[in-house]
Design a binder for this molecule. Structure first.
Ligand SMILES: *[C@@H]1O[C@H](CO)[C@@H](O)[C@H](O)[C@H]1NC(C)=O
Ligand SMILES: *[C@@H]1O[C@H](CO)[C@@H](O)[C@H](O)[C@H]1NC(C)=O
Ligand SMILES: *[C@@H]1O[C@H](CO)[C@@H](O)[C@H](O)[C@H]1NC(C)=O
Ligand SMILES: *[C@@H]1O[C@H](CO)[C@@H](O)[C@H](O)[C@H]1NC(C)=O
Ligand SMILES: *[C@@H]1O[C@H](CO)[C@@H](O)[C@H](O)[C@H]1NC(C)=O
Length: 366
C-alpha cells in the first residue's frame, strides 16, 4: 500500500519543494501507518465530474469527456470519460489503498458486475445532490440515483458473490465509500440573492439523507470530500473584476456548506454506530495550490489561472475542452486541465497532501 514510487511523475520533488514542504526526504516509508485503517475490500465512488470515470459516456448528455485531448496522460493515453488528462483523485485513493481503479457502473456488463468485488464508480458529471441539478444538459446520475444503483449492485450482483448475509455485511463494512458532490448544485441553483446559510442547510440536509441510506445498506467507512473553491476556477475568474481575481463571495458561500458538513460528521459519527468518517478538505487544497485570491502572476511555476485546454480561453460560453480544441503541450505545468477540472498533476499533488503530508485529510475523531 501507499503510493508506489513508479507512479510518481518525475517532477514530484520539484513540486513538493514548491509547495513549501519543509522536509523533502519524507518519501513514503513502509513503516508509516496507512491513513484510515487500510485493508479495504472495495472502493465505491459517489460523486460528480471530479471523479466520474466514464458513466456519462453511456448517458444521453452534452457533458462528456470521452474524446482527445482528455485522457492524453491516462494509461495508454486514451480518453475514458475522466474530466482530466489522467487520473482523478478517486484513482489515487484506489491506488493508495491497493485497490483497482473503480470502473464506471454504466460501462459494465451484467457479467462483469457479477465478478467485481473491489468497487464500482457511480459518479456522474453535471449531476449533484438535488434531483434536477445538471438536467439542463441531458441525463446524469443524481446522488439519490447513485445510491439506488448501489442498492441494485448489492441486490443483483454482490448477493451472488457473497453467498451469506454475514459475508455481504462484512464486505460492505470493510469497504470504503468515497464522495465528492455538491458543486453543481451551487452552479445551477445558488445565486447571491439567497441566504448562503439557508442554501447550505438545505443542501446538506439532502446530502445526509443519502449518506444515511448508504449506512442502512451497510456502508460504514466514508471518505468525504468537501466542495471545491469554484470561485477561483478559470471559468469563473475569466469574468471577474479585476480579471483573474477569485469570486470570494461564491467561495464564501461554499465554505459555509463545508463548515457545516465538517460539523455534521462529528454528529453523524455518534448517531450512526460503527461508522468512520474521513474529512478531506479539497476546498483548501485547491485554494492553496492556486495561491492568493488576487493571483495575477502565478506564485509558483505552475499555471494556476488558465486551463491547459482550450489553450486560448477567454471565458466564453463553451467552458469545456472540445474535440477540436487545442491543448497545451505540458499539462504538468497547469493545475487546471479544462476550465472546470484539475490536471492529473494537481490530483497527484492532492494525494501527496492527503496521504503523505496528512494535511488535507483527517479522520473525524471528535
Ligand atoms: C473475473 O475477474 C477476474 C479478476 O479481475 C478475472 O481474472 C476473470 O477473468 C473474470 N471472470 C469473468 C468470468 O469475467
Ligand atoms: C436567484 O434565484 C431565485 C430562486 O431560484 C430566483 O427567483 C432569482 O430570480 C435569482 N436571482 C438572480 C439574480 O438570478
Ligand atoms: C434497496 O432496494 C430494495 C429492493 O428493491 C428496497 O426494498 C430497499 O428499500 C432499498 N433500500 C434503500 C436504502 O434504498
Ligand atoms: C457494530 O459493531 C459490532 C461489533 O462488530 C456489532 O456487533 C454490531 O452489530 C454493530 N452494530 C451496527 C449497528 O452495525
Ligand atoms: C497561463 O497559461 C496561459 C495560456 O497558455 C497564458 O496565456 C498565461 O500567460 C499563463 N499564465 C502564467 C501566469 O504563466
Amino acid at each position: 500500500m501507499g503510493l508506489p514510487s513508479s507512479l510518481k511523475p518525475c517532477v514530484f520533488l520539484v513540486f513538493l519543494f514548491l509547495l513549501n514542504v519543509s522536509t523533502i526526504n519524507s518519501e513514503p516509508s513502509n513503516e508509516e501507518p496507512v491513513l484510515f485503517g487500510g485493508n479495504f475490500q472495495a472502493l465505491y465512488v459517489i460523486g460528480d465530474s471530479l471523479i466520474d470515470s466514464g458513466n456519462n459516456n453511456n448517458l444521453i448528455t452534452k457533458v462528456k469527456s470521452n474524446f482527445a485531448p482528455y485522457g492524453s496522460d491516462f494509461e495508454g493515453g486514451k480518453p475514458t470519460g475522466r474530466f482530466s488528462n489522467g487520473k482523478t483523485i478517486a484513482d489515487y485513493i484506489a491506488i493508495y489503498y491497493g485497490l483497482p481503479l473503480a470502473p464506471a457502473f454504466k460501462g459494465l456488463t451484467e457479467e462483469q458486475k457479477n465478478n467485481i468485488s473491489t468497487g464500482i464508480n457511480y459518479a456522474s458529471a453535471s449531476c449533484g445532490i438535488f434531483p434536477d441539478t445538471g438536467r439542463r444538459f441531458g441525463e446524469c446520475l443524481s446522488l439519490s440515483v447513485q445510491v439506488d444503483l448501489f442498492n441494485q449492485t448489492i441486490d443483483q450482483n454482490l448477493k451472488k458473490i457473497f453467498k451469506t448475509e454475514s459475508e455481504l455485511t462484512k464486505h460492505l463494512a470493510e469497504s470504503l465509500f468515497m464522495t465528492a458532490i455538491g458543486i453543481n448544485d451551487y452552479v445551477f441553483y445558488y445565486n447571491t440573492t439567497m441566504d448562503p446559510s439557508a442554501f447550505a442547510d438545505k443542501l446538506l440536509h439532502d446530502f445526509l439523507i443519502q449518506i444515511k441510506r448508504l449506512y442502512n445498506l451497510g456502508a460504514r467507512n466514508f471518505f468525504m470530500n468537501n466542495i471545491k473553491p469554484l470561485g477561483c476556477y478559470p471559468n469563473i475568474i475569466a469574468k471577474t473584476v479585476p480579471r483573474g481575481s477569485c469570486d470570494d463571495s461564491l467561495n464564501h458561500a461554499i465554505e459555509i456548506f463545508n463548515v457545516q458538513l465538517r460539523e455534521s460528521l462529528s454528529h453523524m459519527r455518534h448517531k450512526l454506530s460503527n461508522t468512520s468518517f474521513l474529512y478531506s478538505d479539497y476546498f483548501n487544497f485547491m485554494l492553496e495550490l492556486r495561491g492568493p485570491s488576487n493571483n495575477q502572476v502565478s506564485s509558483n511555476l505552475l499555471n494556476t489561472t488558465s486551463p491547459c485546454c482550450p489553450k486560448v480561453y477567454n471565458g466564453g460560453l463553451t467552458a469545456t475542452c472540445l474535440p477540436l480544441s487545442k491543448a497545451c503541450k505540458e499539462p504538468d505545468m497547469f493545475i487546471f486541465f479544462d476550465p472546470r477540472h484539475p490536471t492529473q498533476i494537481a490530483n497527484f499533488m492532492y494525494a501527496i497532501q492527503c496521504f503523505q503530508e496528512r494535511e488535507v485529510c483527517h479522520v473525524v475523531i471528535d
